[in-house]
Each structure stands twice: as structure tokens, then as C-alpha cells.
Design a protein around this ligand. Structure first.
Ligand code: COA
Length: 165
């Protein structure tokens, strides 16, 4: 059985991520979407459990997509689970250098690992979670970039933040 993981911060998940995960789930028997606690991204809008809940809701009708989380190095998760394939999305040429570095470093740490790249649908090639959060903070409509349940949770969070300022 072929198993792959799709790791990311997913703060929050966007249609760009959903596009990559959905297409990858057709190429592998099982896809695990792993919420990573990225130590370089300190100020997340959603905590790990909330991000996982949003992902669970997003993929509730997908038979072969499951959700997990991990703190620390990606390769430690892969070794623990005996998984050898990572899926990553490429949005633009600007992603390439960082992705190549990460794929090479991960392979150096775990030689049986392969990274599979999928091109993100061009309509999502310019978005990022940060961009969507910024647009939402300023009150603009983000319907075309995130599912309704994500939009609602973001609106609640933003409301809470505004009350606490
Ligand atoms: N559509 C839309 N947006 C996308 C996208 C897509 N298909 N793919 C990525 N993005 C966005 C993400 O939302 C993210 O936005 P943000 O920076 O505003 O949060 C941005 O593009 C970068 O995405 P990505 O490169 O996937 O970063 P990430 O933080 O989501 O994931 C990890 C990076 C967590 C997978 C990586 O840092 C990691 O593995 N960390 C663990 C430590 C480790 O092992 N490091 C490697 C050592 S060699």
C-alpha cells in the first residue's frame, strides 16, 4: 500500500492546500495531512488542535485522507511511521529553491525518503495563509480562498483578538 504525507503549518488551510491534498490522494492509497508545529512561525492564529479540527472538517468526506500533527523534525515523524514519501505543492518559481533545499536536507537525514512535487492550481499560486489572514483582518471577503467553516472560525478568532486589544 502506498502512503504519503502532506506536511504544513496550515494556519489556516486554504483552497490551495486542498487542491494539492485532493490531487495527491488520488495518486497514493493513503495520504496523511500532518499539521507541523513550525518553530519558526511563533504567532499562529489557530493552535494545533484547532488547525487539526479545521482539517478534519475539510476532509471529512475523503476516504483515504487522515489528519495528524507533529512537533520537531519532519524526518522523525516519517521514521516513526515508516513512511517514505512526502508531498509538497509548488506555487511559483520562488518556492523552488526553498523546496529543493528542504527535500535535499530531508533526504540527507533519511535516504529512503522521496519528495513528490505537485504544481498548485494557478488560481491559488499567489496565496498563502498569511496573505489570507491579512486580507481577513482588514475585513475583505476571503470566500474564494478558504472553505466556509474556515472563514467562520477565522472571523471568530479575529473578533476575539479585536476585543482583547
Ligand atoms: N496553496 C496555497 N498556499 C500554499 C500552498 C498551496 N498549495 N502551499 C504552501 N502555501 C503557503 C502556506 O500556507 C504558507 O503560508 P504562510 O507562510 O503564510 O504560513 C506558505 O505558503 C509556505 O508554505 P510551506 O512551505 O508549506 O510552509 P509551511 O510552514 O506550511 O510548512 C514545514 C513547512 C512545516 C513542512 C517545514 O518547515 C517542516 O518540515 N518543518 C519541520 C522541521 C523540519 O523538519 N525542517 C526541515 C529540516 S531539513
Amino acid at each position: 500500500m502506498s502512503i504519503a504525507i502532506y506536511p504544513g503549518t496550515f494556519d489556516p488551510i486554504t483552497f490551495g492546500h486542498i487542491d494539492v491534498a485532493s490531487r495527491a490522494s488520488k495518486a497514493f492509497d493513503e495520504l496523511i495531512v500532518v499539521v507541523m508545529n513550525n518553530s519558526l512561525k511563533m504567532n499562529s492564529l489557530f493552535d494545533t488542535e484547532e488547525r487539526m479540527e479545521l482539517l478534519e472538517k475539510t476532509f471529512k468526506n475523503s476516504d483515504n485522507i487522515s489528519i495528524d500533527s507533529h512537533s520537531g523534525l519532519l524526518v522523525d515523524y516519517l521514521k516513526k511511521k515508516d513512511i517514505h514519501v512526502v508531498v509538497r505543492g509548488l506555487r511559483a518559481v520562488s518556492d523552488f529553491e526553498y523546496e529543493m533545499q528542504m527535500a535535499a536536507a530531508n533526504k540527507a537525514l533519511y535516504p529512503t525518503l522521496d519528495t513528490f512535487f505537485l504544481m498548485t492550481d494557478t488560481q491559488y499560486s499567489f496565496i498563502s495563509s498569511t496573505l489570507v489572514k491579512e486580507i481577513a483582518f482588514h475585513g475583505e471577503n476571503i470566500d474564494r480562498w478558504v472553505p466556509e467553516h474556515v472563514r467562520k472560525s477565522m472571523a471568530e478568532k479575529i473578533e476575539q483578538i479585536r476585543k482583547n486589544v
